[in-house]
Design a protein around this ligand. Sequence first.
Ligand code: COA
Length: 144
Amino acid sequence: MAHIERITQVTDELVCAFERLMPQLTTYAPAPGWGILEAIVSNNENSLFVARAPSGEIIGSATLGTFTSPTGTHAWIEDVIVDENWRGQGLGEALTRACLDRAAEMGLKEVNLTSRPAREAANRLYQRMGFQRRETNLYRYPLK
Ligand SMILES: CC(C)(COP(=O)(O)OP(=O)(O)OC[C@H]1O[C@@H](n2cnc3c(N)ncnc32)[C@H](O)[C@@H]1OP(=O)(O)O)[C@@H](O)C(=O)NCCC(=O)NCCS
C-alpha cells in the first residue's frame, strides 16, 4: 500500500520527484527547485505531503498553506498531483485528507481550494470529499 508522509527536509529525491510530477499538474510553472521546496518546508505554516509507493518512490504530492489576516488564519490546499500511473487508487483523496487533518490539528475551521472546471477528476474528488462550492469571483492581477 502507498502511504502519505509529511516532508520536513528537502532532499535530491524530492527535487527529482517534482521534476517528474510537476509537468503532470501544469505546463505553466517549472518544477520547484531546492530553494522553493526549502521555503515551503522551513515554514511551519506550510505542510508539504507526499505519497510514497510501496517501493518508496514518491508518486504524489499536496501542499497546505496557511496565512493570517485580520479575519483569522486561512488555509489553502494547493498543487495536488498524483503520478498518472497511480491515479484512481485513492491517493488524491489521501493527500487531500492529510492536508485537512493538518489544518484541523492547527485548530482551523475551514480549508479552501480552487480547481478549474476542466480538471474533471479533481473536481469530482473534492466534491465527493465534501468541499462545497462557494459563490465568489476569483480575481488575479497580473504583475508582469
Ligand atoms: C486530481 C488527481 C490528484 C486525483 O488523484 P487520484 O489519486 O486519481 O484521486 P482518487 O483516486 O482519490 O480519486 C480521483 C477521482 O478521479 C477518477 N480518476 C481520475 N483519473 C483516473 C484514472 N486515470 N484512472 C482511474 N480513475 C481516475 C477516479 O475515479 C476518482 O473519481 P470517483 O471516485 O468519483 O470516480 C489526479 O487526477 C491528478 O494528479 N490530476 C492532474 C493534476 C490535477 O488536476 N490536480 C488537481 C489540481 S486542483
